[in-house]
Design a protein around this ligand. Structure first.
Ligand SMILES: [Zn+2]
Length: 154
């Protein structure tokens, strides 16, 4: 299942959750009116939608509540939640940076110790990010080229 499909399913669920809430609100607003009366007041057919929640005002275009399913899915998120493909996956890095095995090992080790997050901003590294190996104490100030003096930053 692609993320688009998943999102559509979720948006459809949201719409299904929305209806009873709107219905309850509308009914609460008009406690003495019948369900049919309330439905007719707040819901109408607009375009292909038989259950558009919208205003009815003489001489004016109805203002309609857009459904969640109308929401465009803009981008596929590559990194889900707080998981990161860079949380120390040596094999992944070996295949990506295989030409420089030493760098690969160093990067992978640092990523693992940082749990895949940038020390500076605390965000997970993503596929499109440029990684920089930084000396905590600059070499010019006597910082050494050893793990405890190294960190990976965006
Ligand atoms: Zn960062």
């Amino acid at each position: 299942m692609t993320s688009t499909v998943v999102s559509k399913v979720i948006f459809a669920d949201l719409d299904n959750l929305m209806y009873p809430k709107l219905k309850a609100w509308a009914q609460h607003r008009h406690p003495k009116k019948s369900g049919g009366w309330v439905s007719k007041k707040y819901w109408q057919t607009i375009g292909g939608d038989n259950w558009a929640f919208a205003t009815r005002q003489e001489g004016k275009n109805p203002m309609r509540l857009r459904s969640h399913t109308e929401t465009k899915i803009i981008r596929h998120v590559k990194v889900k939640g707080d998981a990161s493909p860079y949380d120390g996956n040596l094999i992944y890095w070996s295949s990506r940076m295989g030409k420089h095995p030493e760098t690969t090992y160093r990067v992978a080790t640092l990523l693992k110790s940082q749990s895949g997050k940038c020390t500076h901003c605390g965000m997970y590294f993503r596929e499109e990010d440029v990684l920089e190996i930084d000396h905590k104490i600059p070499k010019s100030l006597g910082g050494k080229d050893e793990y405890k003096n190294l960190q990976i930053l965006h």
